[in-house]
Design a binder for this molecule. Structure first.
Ligand SMILES: [Zn+2]
Length: 233
């Protein structure tokens, strides 16, 4: 099977992480014509109100809302994701086939061990993806940047490398999150603050820091360059 060539690839531990951390960025990239994909590393199950079948249906619905060009799942073990050589090789093989210019993944510090492992795996897989003389599929490829989104499980105030204006996309991001009924709605109190209130409050705060209504924060270990100064907010 030939995979599409992507401009941006989000690699996340569980289906729904990409939506929460970078749903606004995905929608913004799609609105600007970029080819965007998501690679989920596990199926995210078991959870209290989900099942593999329910989670897959919800993921497909969210994928449609986001307008993704491609989405895949590596089927690595949920709750037991480990940054080992086999997982690194599988992810690097996907990067070599999809050839994204930029990778987006979890911030490296989090309370959820799967998120920490995913972040470390993306760092290592990016490097492995460029190796020659290997039996990995695809061609040697080195994404120019890795961007990291903060996750939900470790409340901390991070200093982002930049904040993306997602004002035009925040409502649709929430629509994508609502697709994950088993994760964000079932069994949860409807009393405020709901998860959607939390997501919106954080987006409003980061939007405030750049003078817009809603924003998504990203971190990068490398310097982030600008092509021009006309679009600073
Ligand atoms: Zn997760």
């Amino acid at each position: 099977m030939t995979l599409p060539q992507l401009d941006y690839l989000i690699i996340a531990a569980h289906p729904d992480d990409a939506e929460i951390g970078s749903g606004g960025a995905i929608l913004s990239l799609k609105a600007h014509g970029a080819a965007v994909g998501v690679l989920d590393l596990t199926n995210g199950e078991p959870t209290p109100h989900g099942s593999p079948e329910i989670r897959e249906r919800e993921t497909n619905a969210a994928t449609k809302v986001l307008g993704l060009d491609w989405r895949g799942n590596l089927g690595l073990p949920n709750r037991a994701l480990v940054a080992d050589l086999d997982a690194r090789k599988q992810i690097a093989g996907m990067i070599r086939q999809l050839r994204p210019r930029v990778l987006i993944t979890h911030y490296w510090e989090d309370a959820h061990p799967d998120h920490v492992a995913a972040s470390a795996l993306v760092d290592a897989s990016r490097f492995w993806a460029k190796l020659s003389k290997t039996d990995m599929p695809g061609v040697p490829h080195y994404p120019t940047k890795i961007l990291y989104f903060p996750s939900m499980h470790l409340p901390q105030h991070l200093k982002p490398s930049f904040v993306l204006d997602i004002t035009a996309f925040h409502g649709t991001k929430l629509d994508a999150l609502r697709c994950y009924h088993s994760q964000f709605i079932a069994g949860r109190s409807t009393e405020p603050p709901t998860l959607f209130d939390d997501v919106t409050t954080r987006a409003r705060y980061f939007g405030w820091t750049i003078g817009t209504s809603y924003g998504e924060p990203f971190l990068c270990r490398e310097e982030v360059g600008l092509r021009d100064l006309q679009h600073l907010s």
